[in-house]
Design a binder for this molecule. Structure first.
Ligand code: NAP
Ligand code: ZN
Length: 349
């Protein structure tokens, strides 16, 4: 089946309309009519070939929500008409220890929603900046938020789980002082989630203009990280830092804010390395540097249900698909509050 999409033919070319093929729905597949798709900074890294190995044509998009339009004969968990989501994963080996543990995100054969290997034409997966998608039932999430919130639910599928998973893994909760660095798509979800988990949340931003907004998102304190005095006021006080920044920067300034045994987890994935760390800032207080990638499918469902229960959605700006190139430029300037979401209906026009 041919559907309309938006994608790029090369890393130095803007995204443009294109027709793509979707496979027919197999016995374990769910066919989804996409309603909205969030715009993640990873889409920019990938489509512009900032990370290695981008395949073209590249149709990004891994924050997908929509309605089930068809199901294969063996699908039991989803039915036609259901509201569902698809995040960053559309397949994995389903047999290894990681898959058995529900951590498909760490499977060596995880297939990304775009740019991953597939027998379907054109030989790599094509993402959610499109009208429809066909996905194995295991990787389809149930949406229980009210339908009116659907566009703002889309970013939970990547920005939500990528921040929820490390916050849970490092046991963030009441009595913890937690820093969230970078208030973009991921960071604003990190603030909302850490707040809902009961932590004392300190937001770190390079943008003076986000100071008030960060408080409205749920930060108890806000620090403009360019201001050394404001940073020093939090020295050796944080239990955990979630760093979402999409560009290389000095990590040592943040290690200095961790308590003894504190951890900073990187989820931001810049194209070039950070200029640090200085090992003494780690060894002197037994501090840890860690990384985390999205989250597994069961945990993604747990996060979706947690957000529905706590009334958490993303703060979004809805755009037409043909506004995507301008949206990318604004994201690179940090000018987004806090996630662009494509209205898939605009692909038909
Ligand atoms: P985003 O919306 O563009 O937000 C990134 C934020 O980082 C900006 O809003 C800005 O916040 C801060 N920043 C500071 N200096 C920057 C600079 N020079 N360039 C860009 N940003 C700068 O991006 P996102 O969608 O949240 O993604 C953040 C990073 O996480 C990306 O590298 C993305 O690829 C990665 N990611 C990783 C995973 C994973 O599984 N680990 C999953 C999804 C995305 P302030 O204005 O507050 O300083
Ligand atoms: Zn993403």
């Amino acid at each position: 089946m041919t559907v309309k999409a938006f994608g790029a033919h090369a890393g130095d070319k803007p995204l443009e309309p294109m027709d793509i093929n979707r496979r027919s729905v197999g016995p374990h597949d769910v066919g989804i009519e996409i309603a909205f798709c969030g715009v993640c900074h990873s889409d920019i890294h990938q489509v512009r070939s900032e990370w290695a190995g981008t395949l073209y044509p590249c149709v990004p998009g891994h924050e997908i929500v929509g309605r089930v339009s068809s199901v294969g004969a063996h699908v039991s968990g989803h039915k036609v008409g259901d509201l569902v989501g698809v995040g960053c994963i559309v397949d994995s080996c389903k047999r290894c220890d990681d898959c058995s543990d529900g951590l498909e995100n760490y499977c060596d054969h995880m297939v990304g929603t775009y740019n991953g290997p597939t027998p379907d034409a054109p030989g790599h997966t094509l993402g959610g900046y499109s009208q429809q998608i066909v996905v194995h039932e295991r990787y389809v999430l149930r949406v229980s938020h009210p339908e009116g919130q659907l566009a703002a639910v889309a970013p939970l599928l990547c920005a939500g789980i990528t921040t929820y998973s490390p916050l849970k893994h490092w046991n963030v909760g009441p009595g913890h002082k937690v820093g969230v660095v970078g208030i973009g798509g991921l960071g604003h979800m990190g603030i909302k989630l850490a707040h809902a988990m009961g932590a004392h949340v300190v937001a770190f931003t390079t943008s003076e203009s986000k100071r008030e907004a960060a408080t409205a998102l749920g930060a108890h304190e806000v620090v403009v990280s360019r201001n050394a005095d404001e940073m020093a006021a939090h020295a050796k006080s944080l239990d955990f830092i979630l760093n979402t920044v999409a560009a290389p920067h000095d990590l040592d300034a943040f290690f200095a804010l961790l308590k003894r045994d504190g951890t900073m987890t990187l989820v931001g994935a810049p194209a070039t390395p950070h200029p640090s760390p200085e090992v003494f800032s780690l060894i002197m207080k037994r501090r840890s540097l860690a990384g985390s990638m999205i989250g597994g499918i069961p945990e993604t469902q747990e996060m979706m249900d947690f957000c529905a229960k706590h009334g958490i959605v993303a703060d979004i700006e809805l755009i037409r698909a043909d506004g995507i190139n301008e949206a990318y430029e604004r994201m690179l300037k940090g000018d987004v509050k806090y996630r662009f979401v494509i209205d898939s209906a605009s692909l038909a026009a």
